[in-house]
Design a protein around this ligand. Structure first.
Ligand SMILES: [Ca+2]
Ligand SMILES: [Ca+2]
Length: 206
């Protein structure tokens, strides 16, 4: 990420020691290169941070392009990549194709092709038929939409569901390195508050 895209991450605050939230968390310290390496996805990015970064990119690119988060519908279209299976490669989550968590809740697992306990560097797994990587697993991605428990009354044209309370939760998609395999599929959904930061969440800019 270019300088100025987001507020300075707390892990860089004076006296901080890797932790995004407190500067002291052992877990963030254990992540090592997976937290700070240039080839790894950025984690600890809130929905508000992601919006700030998109706005900064819009204001600071020579081509004059507009940047924004994908809508929930756009994310799922990209993840499915014209397939009708739960994953772009088939019906089951496999460490052969993605970095995801253990069968027991909420921890990482290194197994076979997936040799990483925490996040995976870019270009570690094959792309889906649209050429996109890590849609399933690695890190959750923020999308534009407001959270709702189901898809009733969702926009039919692929636009984002907006208009919710300013402090309402927003949607996360795709699962992460610590996500249970059953929750990684193309229709899987998560949510987070606007300022939530998490070791497994980033914005889809790389
Ligand atoms: Ca893994
Ligand atoms: Ca992902």
């Amino acid at each position: 990420m270019e300088a100025g895209g987001c507020p300075e991450l707390e892990r860089r605050e004076k006296g901080g020691d890797h932790s995004i939230e407190t500067g002291t968390s052992d877990l963030y310290k254990q992540m090592g290169d997976a937290l700070t390496g240039d080839d790894y996805p950025i984690v600890g990015v809130s929905w508000k941070n992601a919006q700030s970064y998109a706005q900064w990119l819009t204001n600071n690119n020579p081509e004059g392009k507009t940047y924004r988060l994908p809508t929930e519908a756009e994310w799922e279209y990209a993840a499915r990549a014209a397939t009708d299976t739960a994953y772009s490669w088939g019906m089951e989550a496999k460490h052969e194709f993605t970095n995801h968590g253990a069968d027991e809740c909420c921890d990482g697992l290194a197994l076979g092709n997936d040799e990483w306990f925490y996040t995976t560097p870019v270009d570690s797994f094959i792309a889906n038929p649209f050429g996109l990587k890590d849609m399933h697993g690695n890190v959750w991605e923020w999308v534009e939409d407001c959270w709702q428990n189901d898809c009733n009354n969702a926009p039919q044209d692929g636009t984002a569901r907006t208009g919710c309370d300013v402090n309402a939760s927003r949607i996360l998609r795709g699962g992460s390195w610590s996500t249970h395999p059953r929750d990684l599929h193309s229709a899987g959904r998560g949510k987070g508050l606007l300022e939530t930061v998490d070791k497994a969440v980033y914005l889809p800019s790389r």
